[in-house]
Design a protein around this ligand. Sequence first.
Ligand code: AOF
Ligand code: ZN
Length: 366
Amino acid sequence: MTNWSNSDIERMRRAIELASKGEGFVAPNPMVGCVIAAANGRIIGEGWHEQFGQSHAEVNAHRSIREEDLHLLPDSSWYVTLEPCNHQGKTPACSGLIESISPKRLVISASDTNPNVLGGGVERLRKAGIEVEVGCLEREVRWQNRRFFCNSNKQRSYVVLKWAQSSDGFMDPRSSNERTAGSGGRAITGLEATPITHKWRAQEMGIAVGVGTAVIDEPELTVRFGHGKSPRAIIIDPQERLPTSHPLLERKGLDQTLHVCRGIGKEPKHKRFWNPEDGLLSLMQKLWRQDGISSILVEGGANTLQHFLSESMWDEVKVWTASHDLNGGLKAPSWPKEAAQPPYESGSGFAGKDRWEMGIRPQDPK
Ligand code: AOF
Ligand code: ZN
């Protein structure tokens, strides 16, 4: 175990902060940050992976160095939150850039577990005579990129369950037979909660609802408050009850809604065949492997959320609890008892009178 110096920790912390600027823009790639320090400790370069398909953190940090500082590079130390890639992907390999510069030292937080990349970055750079150390603030980086590590280790989408409930545990004041098609959702939380909920949407690549919610609430499932990309809508509808004229089925191009139905054989472009007997794990594997959807926010309804909970198919839960009672209606799922406090992030907070709570699954064998 390396004993990291205070300056190592400080610079890696800065690299993690830079990486977080890519949140909502780089998935399914990881968020990556890079800091370059001269031999006297002065920071001469900073960068992060800003946009999926575009240049990596190391390249951006290198580009940020001023002309008059370039001569400091041979004695510099580089801090990168993820092992530099060693493959020609959408951009050339970062390990090639670092090898050509041959800095004195390279500090990496976490190894790259992407099976398509297959590491190799550390080995190559050590062979080139660079002092390479791995593991500085690794747990923080693994947390920051929990979706990416879930994808590469488990070959499935990362799953976040979300719902809002009254203080007595109901999601809707209406009973099931009062909840008719197109009658709309009933807001449980106040206006102050909306920007947070929309930020949660922008953090994930997909947003899933069951067919009941799609038909009754007709939700837009977009990011309208705050900035960030709207996730791709996914409707779980094994019996194919969704009318073909439903507004969520009208989206086109890359944003086209994925309609998950029972079936076998060749799938039409926007349909994904899935049989509930195969379990939600198989659906999460399919959405990752076939569509590259690295994470999914499941927003309802009660039935769909309950299925995810019963099959233990979740990584994170986020629940709003309002300050008022509804005294009946549609019962919300129960907070899973195994949910643990998230590390490095607050697990609860308030927006107006509404309280949110976030929990994670401590260990997920799937
Ligand atoms: C790095 N630095 O900033 C990032 C890395 O399709 P590409 O070419 O963009 O490659 C994506 C893969 O590269 C991604 O899945 C992950 O393994 C690695 N990401 N590596 O050296 C970076 N974003
Ligand atoms: Zn790279």
